[in-house]
Design a protein. Structure first.
Length: 246
């Protein structure tokens, strides 16, 4: 039988809005120095954005907790004829995964920091990033806004049916302030025509902007933007972007 998780990872790519990768790429290019060369992508997943960043001229490395996802990322880069080093590991343990002051830019997109269970874990990531950045390096990450988690997500439901897979996504308010639980169910057809079911629970949590700024106090300059634009956040913003200068 085929490795089921790899098939589910392919489904992730299918249901993901491809336009978001271009927007993350464009945001990165707008907010880092033109002289920036080395880039580390945290929570790189199946490598779609890492590959776009590589093609744009950055020397890219990617880190992700899932070895299965990284297998797909490596195969994707190889198919495109691009050399990208992918590292399996926890982004809270950067000091054990990469050398100090190694990167001009570190990114963490797709609200990946919202998967940290508390603000202390967010700080662990931030401290490791700070150490891993070169002098004047830039850290860019995005998170769900409080508005998105508290008002938009609870009760959200998305179902997609295709010939060889089905995907169900339902979201509910979590037990902590500004937290959400996503219940995901996949039905994926294997090589024998049998549909395999996989259920996942994704728990995310965000914080008011002021709490993020406290965690980022080591950085010399931090700017906050909203929804892939260069505009300041407002009460209706869905996604906050933090651009942090070491």
């Amino acid at each position: 039988m085929i490795t089921s998780y790899q098939e589910f990872a392919k489904v992730y790519d299918t249901v993901m809005d491809d336009s978001l990768y271009k927007q993350w790429l464009n945001f990165t290019q707008r907010h880092v120095s033109q002289s920036a060369h080395s880039l580390l992508e945290l929570a790189c997943g199946s490598g779609v954005l890492a590959l776009e960043l590589k093609k744009s001229g950055y020397d890219v490395r990617g880190i992700d907790l899932s070895e299965e996802m990284l297998t797909i990322a490596s195969n994707r880069a190889m198919t495109e004829g691009q050399e990208i080093e992918f590292i399996a590991g926890d982004m809270r343990e950067l000091d054990q995964l990469v050398e100090p002051e190694a990167f001009d830019v570190i990114t963490c997109y797709s609200d990946s920091i919202c998967y940290m269970q508390n603000i202390e874990q967010v700080k662990e990531v931030v401290d490791g990033v700070y150490t891993s950045l070169t002098v004047d390096g830039t850290f860019i990450f995005d998170v769900h806004s409080v508005n998105q988690v508290d008002k938009e997500f609870p009760g959200y439901s998305y179902h997609e049916n295709e010939e060889n897979f089905a995907f169900l996504w339902d979201s509910f308010a979590g037990e902590f302030p500004h937290s959400v639980v996503h219940e995901l169910t996949f039905f994926v057809e294997d090589s024998e025509g049998t549909f395999i079911r996989k259920d996942e629970i994704h728990e995310e949590r965000t914080y008011p902007i002021e709490e993020y700024l406290q965690v980022l106090s080591k950085f010399s300059n931090v700017k906050v933007y909203a929804d892939f634009t260069d505009d300041e956040p407002n009460n209706e913003s869905k996604r906050w972007f933090f651009v942090c200068q070491k």
